[in-house]
Design a protein around this ligand. Structure first.
Ligand code: HH2
Length: 283
């Protein structure tokens, strides 16, 4: 299994791949305000690539619970100079984290080569057609509600079945719009309209999402449910907790992990993968 990018690049999913988070926002819950000028963002990107990131996810709109939408012009003002600089200086694989097709299109023109849409193509009717037209990999994520209100009262009868069913529907919608199935990554949307128990159920039953046959991405990095378990209120001190999720997700078969601390999670993913490989190794 692999993802195909423009100009003949591809990313094999035979092993775990780490997506480093690069938020160019004043208000993201963990790295907000840290990368708002291009030089600092480029330095952070270089450091993540040195630590073993396979791709970088650049976003100009926080989706933390309670966040207000950021308009297209402001998202572009934040992300485009950073994407251009990264593309010119480091040429990494860059994913654009947005629900707006206009932002995604401008980001692809500036050097991004993948779209990460936390609304799974529901926010902007042009998004699926854009991904099809440009032939880029597309992450479809589950979210109940919208960031501003999603944590008010999330409810499910069977969270895993409902999330998997939603993602199967969005996969079909993407395919109907011309996106190639093998380019679609599914994401359960940890923390997006989910209570503590919902997040645990989704992570404990990743096999049910992997049964779709699609590559799965998990983004649990530093999220609040980890603080609930560990008692750690500061998101930047949740990297060991994040690495535990990474190891278990990789052992379950997840091949894309979205994280803030690349070094810790690169190691966790590689160790988990090496151990799982021995399960299948001949004696
Ligand atoms: N989580 C966040 C943002 N984008 N994309 C995907 N595919 N999956 C996720 O779990 C996911 C995501 C939230 O984390 P972060 O970017 O660190 O914070 P903020 O939304 O406050 O910028």
């Amino acid at each position: 299994m692999h993802l195909s990018f423009p100009e003949g690049h591809s990313l094999s999913l035979d092993g775990p791949r780490i997506m480093g988070v690069l938020n160019v926002t004043p208000d993201s819950f963990s790295d907000g305000g840290r990368h708002t000028d291009v030089d600092t963002a480029a330095a952070a990107a270089r450091s993540m690539l040195d630590q073993g990131a396979d791709l970088l996810d650049v976003g100009g709109e926080s989706t933390r619970p309670g966040a207000e939408p950021v308009d297209v012009d402001e998202q572009c003002r934040r992300v485009l100079p950073v994407i251009e600089r990264l593309h010119d200086a480091l040429a990494p694989l860059i994913s654009i984290d947005t629900t707006s097709a206009a932002v995604a299109e401008a980001a692809l023109d500036a050097g991004a080569c993948m779209i990460n849409d936390v609304s799974a193509g529901r926010h902007d009717p042009e998004m699926l057609a854009l991904a099809a037209d440009r032939g880029v990999p597309l992450v479809l994520m589950h979210m109940q509600g919208m960031p501003r209100t999603m944590q008010d009262d999330p409810r499910y009868d069977d969270v895993v079945e409902e999330v998997a069913g939603f993602l199967r529907e969005r996969l079909d919608a993407a395919e109907d719009s011309g996106v190639r199935r093998e380019q679609v990554v599914l994401d359960p949307g940890i923390g997006f309209g989910k209570r503590f128990e919902h997040n645990l159920d989704l992570l404990a039953q990743l096999d049910r999402l992997l049964a779709t046959g699609q590559p799965v991405l998990v983004g649990a990095s530093r999220k609040r449910f980890l603080g609930t378990i560990t008692g750690e209120a500061d998101p930047t001190r949740r990297d060991a907790a994040t690495a535990a999720v990474t190891a278990l997700a990789v052992a379950a078969g997840v091949r894309l992990i979205r994280v803030h601390n690349v070094a810790a999670n690169r190691h966790a993913a590689d160790v988990a993968f090496a151990l799982v490989a021995r399960r299948a190794a001949p004696v």
